[in-house]
Design a protein around this ligand. Structure first.
Ligand code: NAI
Length: 783
């Protein structure tokens, strides 16, 4: 049956624009500034101008940050219940004005009213309700944390109001104040939101909204008054932001692009999978970071599935986004259309088959038909690049291991779909896919209670859920951290064996790679001197090549990640036991190197720390969420993979153990650069490891220059995270800057030290969170 047009009325939305004279200033300190230099906001469906908006200047950003700073203590002092009431009012007002918001969003963005009405608005309101709850519970559930302070938030144009709620709701719940920048194509619903903030009783300065292009974003990113940045957008800009904030101490969360696989096994309900695919790649014209843009279908059902898919594509309706019966609306801007056309043309040029249903595109505005590309190679641009349009690339596979390998053949890791009627297969495959969200027999489901965010170059940090709250909180123990003690490395690189050394070459500690002692590749050594200046021993001068070998060994030790947490705990206890058996020897070594009188205490504390993380190994469990769906969402704490660790110089044994133990307790493998000044506590551990059933390659140790080796770790493409805690502010900044290339997770101590004896500063969930990332697996029920 054909449906006639059923357009939604735009009367109220147009009246609201008129009421503002179709010209907007910025929203700072609960007041509108006079409009400044203007740019047009265009309806992408018919190219008509909706309003003129202000391009904020850096002075405007200064004013917004100052207003947020001034308002922050008062907002925090309002208390959890006070904030919860305001946030509840915001949720209610979003619902009360939901149709106005939905229509305005459709006018501004070009997405269909069906989506803004049924998806964007309900989810945005839910986000404020959910986070009103966290505000209420903050004192109880996050007692050891405080608000970060002033938060800068920058969002893209694909879900303007929804992204606003994902950003602003957790920030406010935690007691922060906000400087928010919508995307230049789609600022209108943020400006309408500003008005409801006033109605809801949000105090002046708590929410500030500045409009404009990327230069406004840059001004926010660089602003010294900003304590945390939250960004959603392209991986390219995410990288720039990582570089720009390196060494600034600003907290950072990045939600970036994706190229998410949509896997269909031969036993899947194929008709349901086709509908899932429609929701996955044609939802919001494919302008979705987690769009299922790579179809991987089992070879045995490929032809049948693609035939069903083409038939379904033929029935997709494309046209006025305000028409309630439309499936596909307009693209946000002609520039996106050109980009998509270019990529589809590249596929044609490479001989791929491009299927598009015959559909008439409206004359004005930016439109692109639903598109299916077959015959592309795995390395083709359309198979690797984020197209961000209604374009699906289909490939086939034969076996589950092959599909896991294909699914992970991308620099991204945001989401994945797995379709099969075999739950064992689904739950076997889901953890093997490197992605922050896996939907089983469903697609593009979101809920405020379930964290969302990526692995790899899809960014880091999570939005939603308990884990999302931590992005907007600072542990109180961070405030108590002492200044890093200055410990000078006693020898420079490439120092020769001191003349007349009484020890000879057998006092040279080797590297520890793949469970074996290895000579440094460069055949250089450095002398290590004791606190009294006397020569103690030599260690190898690690090089780029040694790190490469260590990373390779760490990758080969993947069995550790698959081992049970019980098994990992046993190994940690065993290391503790064997360390205790040689406690005196370790204490003597520490005393000789550092001159401390506390050497025995340090050994005891190290043994206790091993017990501590052995205890955590099988207790850092995930969660089972019950979002508004018939089913559950299982949030797993997964290891990051291979972590490069640069240890502190103070407490050379305890510092080493305090960083290595949590990492391996959760299933990571590590490449460790021990204290540059006092590395012998680490090199003495080789025999302890060898007698403790620690599989080779789980812990690899490369001695040498912290600066040089940290640089190599940060630029290595096969390392997932780098931690640096040796008190070098410059070195830490460099790690953050260099890690931007492959968007590694970083945990750096900066110029501050850490009291390694304090469990609050060197333990707890905050440390475990650095060693893991959350994957949410959505499992709907029903037959
Ligand atoms: P973008 O990443 O440039 O823009 C996102 C936001 O960042 C906007 O508010 C923009 O004004 C701001 N921005 C731009 N440059 C900035 C800078 N140097 N510093 C701080 N803020 C800056 O994304 P754009 O240009 O709108 O889209 C380009 C491509 O990015 C798309 O084709 C798509 O592939 C990808 N994209 C991915 C999104 C996602 O959710 N993963 C969302 C939007 C775009």
């Amino acid at each position: 049956m054909e449906y006639g047009p059923a357009p939604e009325s735009t009367k109220e939305a147009q009246a609201w624009l008129e009421q503002h004279g179709r010209q907007f200033g910025l929203f700072i300190d609960n007041a509108w500034t006079a409009p400044g230099e203007l740019f047009a906001s265009i309806n992408p469906a018919d190219a008509a101008k909706l309003a003129d908006l202000t391009q904020a200047t850096s002075a405007d950003v200064d004013r917004a940050v100052a207003a947020a700073r001034a308002a922050q203590p008062g907002w925090q002092a309002l208390g959890g219940h006070g904030r919860a009431k305001v946030m509840y009012a915001l949720a209610r007002l979003l619902q009360k004005h939901s149709r106005l918001f939905a229509v305005l969003e459709t006018l501004d963005n070009g997405k269909t009213i069906r989506e803004t009405r049924d998806v964007d608005l309900p989810l945005a309101a839910r986000h404020f309700y959910y986070h009103a709850g966290w505000a209420q519970l903050q004192a109880e559930e996050f007692a050891d944390y405080r608000a970060v302070g002033v938060v800068g938030q920058i969002v893209p144009w694909n879900f303007p109001l929804l992204m606003l709620s994902w950003k602003i709701a957790p920030a406010l719940a935690a007691g922060n104040t906000v400087v928010f920048k919508p995307a230049e194509f789609t600022s209108l619903t943020a400006l309408l939101f500003a008005e409801i903030c006033v109605q809801a009783g949000v105090p002046a300065g708590v929410v500030n909204i500045v409009t404009g292009d990327g230069s406004v974003g840059e001004a926010i990113v660089k602003h010294e008054g900003i304590d945390k940045l939250a960004f959603t957008g392209s991986t390219e800009v995410g990288r720039l932001i990582r570089q720009a904030t390196a060494g600034s101490g600003k907290k950072l969360s990045l939600e970036l692009g994706g190229k998410s696989p949509f896997i269909v096994f031969e036993d899947a309900d194929l008709d349901a999978a086709v509908e899932g695919l429609v929701d996955s790649i044609w939802f919001n014209q494919g302008q979705v970071c987690c769009a299922g843009s790579r179809l991987l279908v089992q070879e045995s059902v490929q032809d049948k599935f693609l035939a069903k898919l083409r038939a379904r594509m033929d029935k997709l309706t494309l046209g006025s986004p305000l028409d309630k019966s439309m499936d596909i609306g307009a693209l946000v801007d002609p520039v996106q259309k050109q980009r998509i056309e270019g990529l589809v043309q590249s596929a044609r040029d490479e001989g791929c088959t491009v299927y598009q249903p015959a559909c008439e595109l409206p004359a004005d505005g930016s439109w692109f038909p639903p598109t299916l590309i077959t015959g592309a190679s795995t390395s083709a641009a359309v198979a690797q690049a984020e197209i961000f349009g209604p374009v699906l690339v289909a490939m086939s596979f034969r076996t589950p291991p092959e599909v896991v390998q294909l699914a992970n053949n991308t620099v991204y890791g945001l989401a994945a779909c797995v379709w099969t009627e075999n739950i064992s297969l689904a739950l076997d495959v889901a953890p093997q896919i490197k992605a922050g969200v896996v939907w089983i027999n469903t697609a593009n489901q979101f809920d405020a209670a379930c964290g969302f965010g990526g692995y790899r170059e899809s960014g880091f940090g999570r939005e939603g859920g308990r884990e999302g709250m931590y992005e907007y909180l600072t542990a109180l123990s961070e405030d108590a951290r002492p200044a890093a003690p200055v410990v000078e490395a006693k020898a420079k690189a490439k120092a020769a064996v001191p003349a007349g050394s009484p020890f000879g070459i057998d006092r040279t500690a080797k590297m520890y790679i793949g469970g074996k002692q290895a000579r440094p590749d460069g055949a250089y050594s450095r002398a290590i001197h004791g606190a009294d200046g006397s020569f103690i021993a030599e260690v190898g001068e690690g090089s780029r090549k040694d790190i490469r070998n260590a990373v390779e060994a760490a990758h080969k030790a993947g069995g550790w990640t698959k081992a049970t947490s019980h098994n990992r705990a046993q190994v940690l206890y065993y290391i503790a036991e064997n360390l205790a058996a040689r406690g005196e020897e370790f204490a003597a070594r520490i005393a000789a190197m550092t001159g401390t009188k506390n050497a025995e205490k340090e050994v005891q504390a190290s043994i206790e720390r091993l017990f501590y993380y052995a205890a955590w190994a099988d207790k850092y469990d995930g969660l089972a969420h019950q979002p508004p769906m018939h089913g559950i969402t299982v949030a797993l704490n997964e290891p990051l993979g291979v972590i490069g660790i640069v240890c502190p110089n103070e407490s050379p044994l305890l510092g080493f153990i305090s960083l290595v133990a949590p990492a391996i307790a959760l299933g990571n493998r590590v490449v460790v650069v021990p204290s540059e000044a006092h590395p012998l506590s680490a090199t003495d551990l080789y025999q302890v490891f060898d007698t403790s059933d620690l599989p080779g390659g789980v812990v690899n140790i490369v001695t040498g220059s912290a600066d040089e080796l940290a640089r190599t770790l940060a630029t290595h493409s096969d390392i997932d995270a780098v931690w640096r805690h040796d008190g070098s502010a410059e070195g830490c900044a460099e790690v953050e800057r260099l890690s931007a290339a492959s968007l590694k997770r970083t945990w750096v101590g900066g110029a501050k030290g850490r009291d390694w004896y304090s469990t609050a500063q060197a333990g707890g969930r905050a440390v475990l969170a650095h060693a893991s990332q959350v994957k949410n697996i959505w499992i709907p029920y029903g037959v």
